[in-house]
Write a protein that binds this ligand. Structure first.
Ligand SMILES: [Zn+2]
Ligand SMILES: [Zn+2]
Length: 252
């Protein structure tokens, strides 16, 4: 499978887009950069968005992408936990801060539709299987284990860790890569734990159970911490550990 990194930052600044990973079949995981990092033409190819959670840096471009879509397109299907979808309807596309794209232009043919997914559930979409993996964070959150029949890749949500990596299903195709966040430097471990995030040291603890042939891709660095975080990741001495960058196209 091919994954195009539209955004992998934990925030936003010039050259840093928030979380958004485009698969090669019109499916996006999170929507932080779905409008800002994708041409208008390419935006017309998006059919499904799988949300990890409702935090702003993961949903930022949903409203703006919606108005960039041709009205002739089928509804964009947004998948997420029931709590996530409720937050999107109530706080994002709610007829106050943005129009309710779930009802317009008509309830029978709206711009967007929602599909809820539960932890442990698998959805087949665009030739891939997406299995929702529950992850501890400050709000309900899931990562997605994406399986194309030959390889699997785990795209994690924001998380404080807690050993979820040991709970991944073993029935999927061989695991090739794990995208995992590291938001704050090691010295900010208390703050990371309080806000449901990982430091490089905590990331190291989470991936200890993974074999060396699984690629670990660090994501979600908070703007300004990238240099320090990269040094602290390198100090882990873990083979196959790297960070991705906006614009990367990765094949698995
Ligand atoms: Zn985030
Ligand atoms: Zn978050």
């Amino acid at each position: 499978m091919r994954i195009r990194v539209l955004g992998c930052s934990g925030g936003s600044a010039p050259d840093r887009q928030p979380s958004c990973y485009l698969l090669d079949n019109g499916v996006s995981i999170d929507a932080g950069a779905l409008a800002a990092a994708l041409s208008i033409e390419d935006q017309q190819t998006i059919r499904h968005v799988f949300l990890t959670h409702a935090h702003w840096d993961h949903v930022r471009d949903l409203p703006l992408h919606t108005i960039n879509r041709s009205p002739d397109l089928p509804a964009l299907v947004i998948h997420g936990l029931p709590a996530t979808m409720e937050d999107i309807r109530t706080h994002l596309m709610n007829d106050r801060v943005w129009f309710s794209a779930f009802e317009l232009p008509s309830p029978n043919a709206p711009y967007v539709a929602s599909e809820t997914i539960s932890p442990g559930e698998t959805v087949v979409c665009g030739g891939y299987k997406f299995t929702a993996i529950e992850m501890p964070h400050t709000v309900p959150a899931i990562g997605y284990l994406v399986d194309d029949g030959e390889a699997s890749v785990m795209l994690c949500a924001d998380t404080g860790g807690g050993g979820f990596m040991k709970t991944l299903p073993t029935t999927c195709s061989p695991l090739k890569a794990v995208f995992l966040e590291t938001s704050f430097p090691n010295a900010m471990r208390d703050f990371a734990e309080m806000t449901g995030h990982l430091t490089p040291e905590m990331l190291g603890e989470e991936v200890e159970c993974l074999p060396d042939d699984v690629q670990i891709i660090a994501t979600h660095m908070k703007p300004g911490f990238e240099t320090l975080l990269s040094k602290q990741l390198a100090a882990l001495g873990r083979p196959n550990l790297s960070a991705c960058a906006d614009g990367d196209v990765l094949e698995f």
